[in-house]
Design a protein around this ligand. Structure first.
Ligand SMILES: *Cc1c(COP(=O)(O)O)cnc(C)c1O
Length: 481
């Protein structure tokens, strides 16, 4: 049954209904200043169950990871263990004010310190700053650090940053925002960086390379040490986009293969909630030469057993976020890391890769998969069905919703036509993966026999296919009574 969309709060409103009972007034009454009241502001009036039902019904219209499979690519983590929330809600953390004195904040500082150490250990870097609020801000911090480094050495003329064509859109945006010039690098036939093109693009004005490994095609860069070596030879530095770190956990440390600075997305690798507009966290990790430039403050400890304190690194690019970053996310990531330990971390990275390869081996019999290599935590198929040429990736994605599954990421990365980017993650079992393949098989037969069914999908959702052009041209963001 299609769940109905509840009537708007305004439409359910009845004058005089109340959702709360105010306690008796125990202070002298006075009138509210007239000029602060807005007579034109019509607020809906509902009973308490009315309000609860409205918001509960709305929440049930949402697709959620707590109810269904969500194979969105380029996002990793889909699993948010409930224990993380319990830890982040401990009163000592929750009620802690960021301006509280350091000596009265030792518990929170210790957590930050230990998380910095854990992230450094898992990635092979010298130091970590927890400040950035998301991956994109971590990128901005890292590239700004590279810029500060070159300037400190009198090499401000280095301005070009090489970016493979498989990169996430935030990479060129970051480079531009940091005042640098992005230069696109082609991929070779195997989805690696084209080494010849890399060498040709390097010159004395090279500032850095920004590389994602595994890249957004889900492929491991097979010549990573040759790539980082070439950049260093020309006096550049290497930025590692760590959004796909989930696939490497416990197996490879980016700091060991020539990356100089990278960001983590705690919301993609360490189970903090992702999306919905909630806060993310994008800590940045640096090799020794870049550590003095990290954004601050970071937490340090003068001596074993001594107190923890906030310190701003000597040549810091400055503070890029109010206070210390999204501390609540630090608690969640710390909990997750402690619960898994080092061996558990490796196991979850391996399972993410195993699940993706299992799905790939089944799906490449149904849809074209451009790169014939083993993948890491995700892979990219093309939404082109033999015998149903007019069907697009968008049609397949919309029809999946009718089978109770969220679509994979669509039309990204741009270098694969009609891309469907599929990332099952380590937390899904074989039964769920098989159900996904079966849904795709059904959709493919439908595409050949009843293409109209796919063009009109979704059929079982409370909202039908949206007019995306109208949504862009005539965007309505406010609810009007
Ligand atoms: C998600 C992602 C980013 C951006 O991270 P946000 O936390 O969304 O800002 C950057 N690069 C890659 C490869 C990503 O997948």
């Amino acid at each position: 049954m299609i769940k109905p969309i509840p009537a708007l709060l305004y439409e359910q409103s009845e004058s005089g209904r109340r959702a709360a009972v105010m306690p008796d007034c125990d202070v002298p009454e006075s009138t509210f200043p007239e000029e602060l009241l807005r007579a034109d502001l019509k607020l809906p009036e509902l009973s308490e169950p009315g309000v609860v039902r409205y918001f509960t019904q709305l929440s049930q219209l949402n697709f959620s990871i707590d109810t269904n499979f969500y194979p969105l690519g380029s996002c990793t983590m889909k699993y948010n263990p409930k224990v993380n929330e319990a830890m982040a809600s401990l009163p000592g953390f929750l009620g802690h004010h960021p301006l509280q004195e350091e000596m009265l904040s030792q518990g929170s500082l210790e957590l930050m310190y230990r998380l910095q150490e854990q992230l450094a250990a898992v990635s092979g870097f010298h130091s970590v700053s927890l400040q950035p609020a998301a991956g994109a801000q971590g990128e901005f911090a890292g590239i700004s650090m590279i810029r500060a480094y070159h300037e400190s050495r009198g090499e401000a003329h280095r301005r070009r940053v090489l970016i493979p064509d498989s990169a996430h859109g935030t990479n060129p945006a970051t480079v531009t925002m940091a005042g640098y010039e992005p230069v696109e690098l082609p991929s070779d036939a195997n989805g690696n960086v084209d080494l010849q093109a890399l060498k040709e693009a390097c010159d004395d004005n090279l500032a850095a390379l920004m590389i994602t490994n595994p890249n957004t095609l889900g492929l491991f860069e097979e010549h990573i040490e040759e790539v980082t070596g070439t950049i260093h030879e020309f006096g550049g530095l290497v930025y590692g986009d760590g959004a796909n770190m989930n696939a490497l956990l416990g197996t490879l440390r980016p700091g060991d293969v020539g990356i100089d600075v990278m960001h983590f997305n705690l919301h993609k690798t360490f189970s903090t909630p992702h999306g919905g507009g909630g806060p993310g966290s994008g800590p940045v990790a640096a090799a020794e030469i870049l550590a003095p430039f990290l954004p601050g403050p970071v937490v340090e400890r003068e001596a074993e057993g001594g107190p923890y304190s906030f310190v701003t690194p000597a040549q810091s690019i400055g503070s890029i976020k109010l206070f210390y970053g999204n501390f609540g996310m630090n608690i969640r990531a710390f909990t997750y890391i402690l619960m898994h330990g080092a061996s558990g971390m490796r196991e979850l990275g391996e399972n993410a890769v195993l699940n993706a390869n299992y799905l790939k081996s089944r799906i490449e019999k149904l849809l074209p998969v451009k790169y014939k290599r083993n993948c890491m935590h995700e892979f990219v198929a093309g939404g082109k069905i033999e015998g149903a040429e007019e069907i697009t990736t968008r049609d397949i994605a919309k029809r999946l919703l009718d089978y109770g599954m969220h679509a994979p990421t669509v039309y990204f990365p741009l270098i694969v036509k009609e891309a469907l980017m599929i990332e099952p993650t380590e937390s899904e079992n074989k039964r769920t993966l098989d159900a996904f393949v079966e849904a795709l098989e059904t959709i493919i037969s439908e595409a050949r026999e009843h293409p109209g069914l796919l063009h009109g999908a979704p059929h079982e959702m409370p909202l039908k296919r949206l007019d995306e052009v109208k949504a862009v041209k005539d965007l309505v963001l406010c609810m009007h009574p």
